[in-house]
Design a protein around this ligand. Sequence first.
Ligand code: FES
Ligand SMILES: [Fe+2]
Length: 383
Amino acid sequence: MDAATQRRWGEQMLGLLAAGSTQMADREYVQPVADYIDPGHARRERDLLFRHTPLVVAASDELAKPGAFRTVDIDGVSAVIVRQDDGTLRAFHNVCRHRGCRVVDAEGGVARTFTCKFHSWVYGGDGALRHIPMVEAFNGIDRGQHGLVPLPVAERHGLVWLVLTAGAPLDLDAFLGPMGEILSELKIEQAGVFRFERFAEQLNWKLVVDTFLELYHVPHLHTKTVGRFIEGKGALYEQVGQHGRFVAPRKSLETALRDVPAEQRDVADHTVVIHRVFPNTIVVWQRDHVEFWTAVPDGDDPNRCIVRLWLLSPEKVVSDADRVRWEKNWDIVRGTVHAEDFPMARTIQEGFSSGAQDHVIFGRNEVGLHDFHRSLKDALAAA
Ligand code: FES
Ligand SMILES: [Fe+2]
């Protein structure tokens, strides 16, 4: 974070905290409940957003060595991403060209070839079809035309992005715009994945993103957990193209920095920065580490999603001495969300389906939610 940004954030957050306030939008935002429960809306999101937008699917660290691979299932598409010998990444539909079986079952590993379990057709890490048992039965096919079907993939700022449509364009720098520079400052490519978890939730995927975009709930829902460290006000939100950045003061900020000259304030040390990467990724920067979350629809049902969470440590390998601290970080991040945010969000999802109301209200103080939902609305309208 550069000095000018630190200075600006410090002044704005201290001003808001002194006033007992937080950044406000001009007016409240009325959000239709149907966007969370309507199967037709969910279908449009899947077709127009999830099938054609670059989605964060892995950390580069998980695919470090040549031959390292990772499979990912999103919205009915199974893909395998493989580190090539030349250091680039390639991704493929995880679908055998013989009769359509899933080729790779493991979530990750290192392999030189992939053998389909049905009739043992063998593919290289580059997707090429290498071997067909009883090949004389397939004289008429061109082996060069029957490799795994490539999917667009890109790697930037320590993260791996995939598009779930073969042949679709992928211009990641244009997609990220100024968010690329912001993500590059996090130095995720130098970090190691300490822990990864995938879990199924009874929520619309947007409720997972919503969880991270306002502080209003922190002193109410999280009294015994993160509410002890994070303020419930004094937050800033910046729209960054389709993406956004939410800046939350730690409780230590006001006391530590109030009497420090503006140019000497170490704002970063007293801040949590939550990056929203369109459409479905949250990258949380804390002073000593990064964690990131993704949420994707789980099949046709708008009431279900798959959540993935990566906790990164700044070192590629955590020493035994540091392991206890990282286990504790994992317990805090996972525990707060699992024990407090998601159980509450499940009741929201139920309430949405109950017919009680056709809209909810995002307050002027929930400006991050305004921006997230506006970005989705704009993208769906433009598609
Ligand atoms: S379906 Fe894969 S080898 Fe037959
Ligand atoms: Fe929360």
